[in-house]
Design a binder for this molecule. Sequence first.
Ligand code: IPD
Length: 263
Amino acid sequence: MTSPLELQDLAVEIATEAGELARRRRTEGVAIAASKSTLADIVTEADREVEALIRSRLAVARPDDGFLGEESGDAEGTSGITWVVDPIDGTVNYAFGMPSYAVSIAAVTGSRNPGEWRALAGAVRAPSFGETFRAATGEGAWLDDRRLSVTTDAPAGALIGTGLGYDPRTHAGDLETLSRVMPLARDIRRIGAASLDLAFVAAGRLDAYFERGLQPWDIAAGRLLVDEAGGRSGWFEPDEFGRSMAIVAGPELYERLRERILG
Ligand code: IPD
């Protein structure tokens, strides 16, 4: 039986190599390959190439594991472990030349649903910042040699990350949710890469983060980072557009935020 720390080390190794490929391709220029759910929801040639690299490395190192990736779909494994992969989280930032994008790789077990699976290990690599966030279940969340902790109080109000999805039909509802959250907020950040929002909550750079409509690969590694940094996280029932709500924060703020968002 492989330990979560071994899975974490593999995730870090592959995310670092994949991040270097993404960074290199970025300097060569980005080609939009297609639109996905809406015109604004894009995939670049680099997303596909980076995911292919990650998938091939995992196939060699962990041939019995399953795979669930943003760009190349899923495959069942026989080991009970599934790798959940976003090759470039923050694709729109990446395409526009903004540095906030990341490779997110996690190993989960039990289910492919973020509300039900058990995350074992994960890594979020931000190549532009030279940072790799990592976590293994029961072993804490780390950035280099610094053990990460969520914030426990926000006397001037909470710095809260969020996102609006790519579907214009959902913007009014999301803005209404945001207006209910504002009384808790010092200010709002829209970083544009969910894995980084989550890593930043783990690192105490944000007090909280919530967003409706994330996909399993957006949240898999980052949510484990938050949990291992002493935070709380929830993945809640989908709305009428099929979008689940993700909420993460330190324990006390989490309850107040959940109450405001979900009532
Ligand atoms: C997106 C980013 C963004 C979030 C979107 C995600 P992608 O991931 O995480 O911050 O608002 O919901 O889809 O498409 O760039 O991998």
